[in-house]
Design a protein around this ligand. Structure first.
Ligand SMILES: NC(=O)C1=CN([C@@H]2O[C@H](COP(=O)(O)OP(=O)(O)OC[C@H]3O[C@@H](n4cnc5c(N)ncnc54)[C@H](O)[C@@H]3O)[C@@H](O)[C@H]2O)C=CC1
Ligand SMILES: CC/C=C\C[C@H](O)/C=C/C=C\C=C\C=C\C(=O)[C@@H](O)C/C=C\CCC(=O)O
Length: 314
């Protein structure tokens, strides 16, 4: 049976439990079913792509900027976007890896749709310059994905700089560029946090702090009552352990290393494809503002939408 995204978004599960969401109950609570497989056959007309089952592919010709994307989740998100017709500027500090991926993606999806740029998200200048270069190539950015991150308890300042400040500055560049009240076209900002941004994890406490901070930033922007007039939406993806290089932890990168290894094994490890599925559900939904999607090996993709603002009536 095929559902449209909006029907899917309203499949409510009354008592489904979202992992780690703090005390207040979300306004409503949903379990997202796996996406239907809508990607063929497409009909393209005036940049609106529809499928037989009437799903509108909102990603066609959209322009995305993805950080930390030479490997792992960022690389997989970039390919998923390209695959659905988006244009992607993917960035990283790993230049040779990034250039290799750029060649592969350009051959597959076309040079005019792909751009790799060096970007160190811990440097304001590097972020701003690469964002500017992406706008020069593609004209504008519709989707900002703040994905770059490290997990290393022995590099506290770097970790907060990359995971939190880098994502905040990336979001702010996107906001200034996208906001309709300042001549932009609107757009979506997705921050890649973690389940470790929703619940305390004693063997990576500072990583947790950086991700809790990011979830707080996401919730604050999502609750901005001016978002609709600015044409902005804020979504936040919170995967648990996922099969990428970040899990190849050395002893000094984690507190209570053996506990960390044991607990990771106990909780299980997501496949990258599952996280990409959650990501696509978020970016393809008609309105993802305020959404937090968690992806865990045991509980799959869980979805919660927060009340948009508790202050807008004041
Ligand atoms: N794999 C996992 O278990 C989970 C990962 N995450 C988050 O997903 C995001 C992506 O991580 P993965 O793909 O899993 O790990 P990864 O280690 O494979 O990829 C991280 C990427 O970020 C890049 N990076 C590191 N420092 C950077 C900087 N200063 N500027 C720009 N890029 C930089 C790296 O070069 C690398 O390509 C991170 O934010 C991570 O915290 C969240 C939950 C679970
Ligand atoms: C150290 C690796 C660095 C980063 C990876 C990631 O961002 C860190 C995640 C940290 C915590 C993950 C928590 C995962 C939670 C789940 O999988 C939940 O489904 C667990 C729910 C209940 C557990 C009950 C039980 O099985 O005993």
């Amino acid at each position: 049976m095929n559902f449209t995204p909006s029907v899917l978004s309203f499949i409510l599960t009354a008592e489904a439990e979202v992992y780690g969401i703090p005390t207040k109950k979300p306004k409503f609570h949903q379990q997202v079913q796996p996406s239907p497989s809508p990607w063929s056959p497409w009909k393209v007309s005036e940049n609106i792509v529809t499928c037989e089952n009437n799903i509108i592919m909102q990603l066609f010709n959209r322009v995305a900027f993805v950080t930390g994307a030479a490997q792992g989740l960022g690389k997989a998100f970039s390919e998923a976007l390209l695959n659905r017709g988006a244009k992607v500027c993917f960035t990283d500090i790993q230049v040779s890896k990034g250039k290799e991926v750029e060649k592969t993606y350009s051959d597959k999806y076309g040079q005019d749709r792909v751009l790799f740029l060096h970007c160190d998200v811990s440097s304001s200048a590097s972020l701003a310059n690469s964002f500017k270069d992406a706008v020069s190539k593609f004209g504008h950015i519709d989707l900002m994905v703040n994905n770059a991150g490290i997990a290393d308890e022995s590099r506290l300042r770097d970790m907060v700089n990359i995971n939190l400040i880098g994502a905040i500055e990336g979001s702010m560049l996107a906001v200034e560029h996208m906001r309709k009240d300042k001549g932009g076209k609107g757009g979506v900002v997705i921050n890649i946090a973690s389940t470790a941004g929703l619940t305390g994890v004693y063997f990576v406490p500072s990583y947790c702090a950086s991700k809790f901070g990011l979830v707080g930033f996401h919730l604050s922007w999502a609750s901005n009552p001016y978002n609709s007039q600015m044409g902005l939406q804020f979504g936040c993806l919170c995967p648990a352990f996922t099969d990428t290089d970040i899990l190849n932890q050395k002893e000094k990168q984690m507190l209570y290393f053996e506990d960390g290894q044991r607990i990771t094994k106990h909780l299980g490890i997501n496949r990258v494809e599952k996280v990409v599925q959650g990501f696509l559900q978020m970016v393809e939904s008609e309105n993802c503002n305020g959404d937090i999607i968690t992806i865990t090996a045991k509980e799959d993709i869980q979805y919660s939408r927060r009340a948009s603002s508790k202050m807008s009536h004041l």
